[in-house]
Design a protein around this ligand. Structure first.
Ligand SMILES: *[C@@H]1O[C@H](CO)[C@@H](O)[C@H](O)[C@H]1NC(C)=O
Ligand SMILES: *[C@@H]1O[C@H](CO)[C@@H](O)[C@H](O)[C@H]1NC(C)=O
Length: 111
């Protein structure tokens, strides 16, 4: 009925839409990795003051769920975001993985 409008609509889907798709990525702990390895990531990053660990401590917005996996993911992502979001900065000796879905939940915001 309105071929021009249809064309414009299709054009906008193909060309304009991708420009609005966020290319942002996050770093999380690989769920298959042993908790001891993930705890080592937390200890390393927190002791060096490389990340904000207040949020995963008791009373912090990312304390719950109180699991090594959850805490490690938050810390690893914080490090990743502050170190160029490179593959290397999410490596953690092969224990990290880059994801395209925002892992934030509730008040715990993954930057
Ligand atoms: C997660 O770790 C497992 C076991 O080390 C490995 O086989 C798998 O490839 C890793 N996954 C990613 C996405 O890195
Ligand atoms: C990640 O770490 C593993 C183990 O230390 C290493 O073999 C690999 O080359 C690293 N990958 C990147 C992209 O740095």
């Amino acid at each position: 009925m309105f071929p021009q409008l249809t064309l414009i609509f299709l054009f906008s889907l193909v060309v304009i839409h991708p420009l609005h798709v966020s290319a942002k990525t996050w770093c999380v702990a690989n769920t298959s990795v042993a908790a001891t390895q993930l705890q080592a990531n937390i200890d390393w990053a927190c002791s060096e003051g490389k990340v904000d660990c207040v949020k995963i401590n008791p009373g912090g917005v990312c304390f719950d769920p109180d699991t090594v996996l959850s805490h490690a993911s938050f810390v690893m992502n914080d490090f990743y975001q502050n170190h160029g979001s490179t593959e290397e900065s999410c490596n953690f000796s092969g224990t990290g993985q880059i994801v395209t879905v925002d892992p934030s939940y509730g008040s715990c915001v993954y930057t």
